[in-house]
Write a protein that binds this ligand. Structure first.
Ligand code: XBP
Ligand code: MG
Length: 253
């Protein structure tokens, strides 16, 4: 493994769910349950169970695995999962567009600061493009990102590295000048497998995940009200106890 380099960080690739936005507990989970209800199915995912189900990336796969666990045959589970996921995506797209899905504290300000510091910003998510685009537009404005890669564009989902490998190809820079920002073990594994260093900002669903291999782990991005706390890794530069451009400028993965 090459040692620290003198290649400055020029690009940051952000995960979406749980990283840029607080979208799972009160967002996706609510939309999945509304889809079950609309299709007359008795299933409801409570907050605890959903945390377990999140280990499966991709909403359609998540539903299919759950249906198999609950006695549905494979063919029926796949067909039903496709119908349910289409319905859920329409419901969540509406939630995303109407402001029901909040960005994480400090993120909107951080993106503007990183852009002003000349860093390239992009997105690599497992989520479905139909809702990712309206959500990013609503929360941050799409223009701040050089590109957005989703589970629709790259259907081989995290922890597979495909979406991060595709991001590297789009960036056209040395991977040592790129940092991924993730919230989960699956996302960290995907970034590292693509040869990209990864900063983890955990949340209440992922706090107990295995983050071995992360550059560092934080509990939040930090903002004026709440300082960021570093939980693991080499000490980061955190001006005002929050993530800022100097945090990335000081990184030498
Ligand atoms: C998180 C996921 C997604 C969402 C649900 O993606 O695994 O599946 O939970 O969205 P990431 P979909 O952390 O990579 O942004 O139903 O559209 O899959
Ligand atoms: Mg995530």
């Amino acid at each position: 493994m090459p040692g620290p380099t003198d290649i400055p960080i020029s690009a940051v690739v952000f995960d979406v769910d749980g990283t840029l936005v607080d979208s799972e507990r009160s967002g996706h989970r609510v939309a999945f349950n509304a889809a079950f209800d609309k299709m007359g199915l008795p299933y409801r995912w409570d907050e605890k169970e959903y945390g377990r189900l999140l280990k499966v990336t991709g909403g359609k796969r998540r539903i299919a695995g759950y249906l198999l666990e609950h006695g549905h045959e494979a063919d029926e589970a796949d067909k039903l999962a496709a119908e349910l996921h289409q319905l859920k995506t329409a419901i969540f797209k509406e939630m995303a567009a109407n402001g029901s899905v909040p960005s994480r504290a400090g993120v909107a300000k951080l993106l503007v600061e990183l852009r002003e510091a000349g860093l390239s910003l992009s997105v690599a998510t497992t989520g479905t493009r139909d809702w990712v685009i309206p959500l990013l537009q609503r929360c941050f404005g799409l223009a701040i990102f050089d590109f957005v890669l989703t589970g629709t564009d790259i259907p081989t989902l995290k922890p597979d590295p495909a979406v991060y490998t595709a991001a590297l190809e789009r960036l056209g820079v040395d991977a040592r000048g790129v940092v991924a920002v993730e919230d989960s073990h699956n996302g960290l594994v995907a970034a590292r497998a693509a040869g990209i260093a990864c900063l983890v900002v955990s949340n209440d669903y992922t706090a107990q995940h295995d983050f071995a291999g992360a550059l560092a782990v934080l509990d939040s991005f930090g903002d004026d009200e709440t300082p960021a706390t570093q939980l693991a890794g080499e000490p980061l530069v955190l001006p005002g106890a929050r993530v800022g451009p100097s945090t990335f400028e000081a990184l030498r993965p």
